[in-house]
Design a protein around this ligand. Structure first.
Ligand code: NAD
Ligand code: UDP
Length: 306
């Protein structure tokens, strides 16, 4: 099949492109290189089944494809807050443009949604039927609300136009090809540890997250796209829950811990209930945090060596 991956030169997108090529598909990687890098897909460029397009999803485009994976959107707070208006445009207009294309060429389309649709959750762990607790006017809203509207658009194109949709809600995912400077906690802690810099904990470090290794996540994407049982939304994440202090410990760092102010609206806890993914997709994560961190540390070590 011919697959389009928007945001394909980013962290998750590049792993997905690689996986789809390995599964025997043709892949078109579309990216505007805001947070993605050509280097992430450089090793795929000699493959005859791989094509790169520089394009911004806020602009319409028509491509003859069978499947669309819509990942285009900066994912890290410092990047999505850099130009918040552009972030919400990317989610909303990007969804409209990709859904319009899916409708026209009758492609199946998957939206990379997020656990951020649950906001600072009052239900724990989060199940898909929870509507969330999102501040509509805060500094995370451009991302959270953009992703919520994208879900709405997916459901409405499905109900109104019969578009064949899939929605996955991704929980914090980490692994090789995260940007060194993108400010997410796993890359921050690892790079700080490797450089011997202080480890920066925001707030008191008691907030929790659940971290999924990238290979597990991509397996979830592929299973979701390859089945006809459910359209979602379905949570894809690792239910192992850790405080940021525990995570700092796990990076094995000898660095000093320094405490910085907690950013506004930072969710206090987050953990997926993955019963639906288990029953409908037969999916669950296989790589424990400690093991995934080791692989990620090796990647950053190589990168820092230059
Ligand atoms: P990333 O920033 O590495 O990748 C996003 C990609 O989209 C980049 O290559 C970027 O250049 C591209 N992009 C951004 N705006 C664009 C635009 N207007 N037009 C075309 N391309 C554009 O982030 P990621 O971690 O790989 O996330 C990929 C997707 O998964 C995002 O939609 C994100 O919201 C979602 N997600 C990721 C996580 C996670 O933990 N990594 C969690 C929840 C959801
Ligand atoms: N965080 C931290 N130190 C850092 C970067 C992040 O303590 O150097 C915290 C952040 O405040 C949040 C958690 O780690 O509570 C996860 O942050 P990240 O940006 O990775 O993901 P998100 O908040 O979007 O889930």
């Amino acid at each position: 099949m011919r697959c389009l991956v928007t945001g394909g030169a980013g962290f998750l997108g590049s792993h997905l492109c690689e996986r789809l090529l390995n599964d025997g598909h043709e892949v078109i990687c579309l990216d505007n290189y805001f947070t993605g890098r050509m280097a992430n897909v450089a090793h795929l460029r000699d493959n005859r089944c791989f094509e790169l397009i520089r394009h911004d999803v806020t602009e319409p485009i028509l491509l003859e494809v069978d499947r669309i994976f819509n990942l285009a959107c900066p994912a890290s707070p410092i990047h999505y807050q850099f130009n918040p208006v552009k972030t919400i445009k990317t989610s909303v207009m990007g969804a409209i443009n990709m859904l319009g294309m899916a409708k026209r060429v009758k492609a199946r389309i998957l939206q990379a949604s997020t656990s951020e649709v649950y906001g600072d959750p009052a239900v724990h762990p989060q199940t898909e039927d929870y509507w969330g607790n999102v501040n509509p006017i805060g500094i995370r809203s451009c991302y959270d609300e953009g992703k919520r509207v994208a879900e709405t658009l997916f459901m409405d194109y499905h109900r109104q136009n019969n578009v064949d949709i899939r929605i996955v809600r991704i929980f914090n995912t980490y692994g090789p090809r995260m940007l060194m400077n993108d400010g997410r906690v796993v890359s921050n802690f690892i790079v700080q540890a490797l450089k011997g810099d202080d480890i920066t904990i925001y707030g008191d470090g008691s907030q929790t997250r659940s971290f999924c290794y990238v290979d597990d996540l991509i397996e979830g994407f592929v299973r979701m796209m390859n089945q006809d049982k459910i359209i979602g939304p379905v949570n894809i994440g690792n239910p192992g829950e850790f405080t940021m202090l525990e995570l700092a410990d796990l990076t094995g760092s000898k660095s000093k811990i320094v405490y910085k102010p907690l950013p506004g609206d930072d969710p206090k806890m987050r953990r997926p209930n993955i019963d639906l993914a288990k029953s409908a997709l037969g999916w669950e994560p296989t790589i424990p945090l400690r093991q995934g961190l080791e692989k990620t540390i090796v990647y950053f070590e190589e990168l820092l060596k230059g």
